[in-house]
Design a binder for this molecule. Structure first.
Ligand SMILES: [Zn+2]
Ligand SMILES: [Zn+2]
Length: 177
């Protein structure tokens, strides 16, 4: 393991105040994916907690997590309303009817505040479902960065036909580096 030359900073005494803690600087992918994971902790649906961050030129434009529309009751163990969808290949997917997905909430937040997100990238803690992918294509997202795969086989064809890029940012691998 090479010696870490990035520890500390130029201020006198900084070494003492930081102690022996690693001061490894986050890369951009790790930074935005870490933000997406933090945002996912606001999610309310018991089906799963997902976070999304829309980014352009290394700036965060919008964020979202999955949950009920503003002002409506949050999901909990008793009111999560699951519906099942059968895909053309026969596999069955379960979703909650109360919930807006994180990616769509990030797009809605941008729309609400008049923030242009064309030609942006998005960081999502899980790969998008086919419905969100269709919207991401139409708002002009260029690259989708995701951490955990979610039924990626369902979006293969749409990825190929649309040309939108899907790239995994595996946080477990990054943290071991
Ligand atoms: Zn729910
Ligand atoms: Zn979705």
């Amino acid at each position: 393991m090479p010696e870490d030359t990035t520890k500390g900073c130029c201020l006198p005494g900084s070494e003492a105040s930081h102690g022996s803690e690693s001061a490894k600087r986050l890369g951009w992918h790790e930074y935005f994916m870490s933000v997406a994971h933090l945002i996912s902790r606001r999610a309310t649906c018991t089906r799963g907690h997902i976070g999304a961050v829309i980014v352009k030129d290394h700036s965060i434009l919008s964020t979202g997590y999955n949950g009920a529309p503003a002002g409506l009751p949050h999901c909990n163990d008793s009111n999560c309303r699951i519906y099942r969808t059968t895909h053309p290949d026969g596999t069955v997917e379960e979703n909650c009817v109360n919930t807006i997905h994180a990616e769509i909430n990030a797009i809605a937040q941008a729309a609400k505040h008049g923030v242009a997100i064309r030609d942006s990238d998005i960081y999502i803690t899980a790969s998008p479902c086919i419905h969100c992918l269709k919207v991401l294509i139409n708002v002009g997202i260029k690259t989708i960065y995701y951490d955990k795969p979610y039924k990626i086989e369902h979006i293969d064809e749409l990825l190929r036909l649309s040309g939108i890029r899907l790239v995994q940012v595996d946080m477990l691998t990054i943290q071991k580096d």
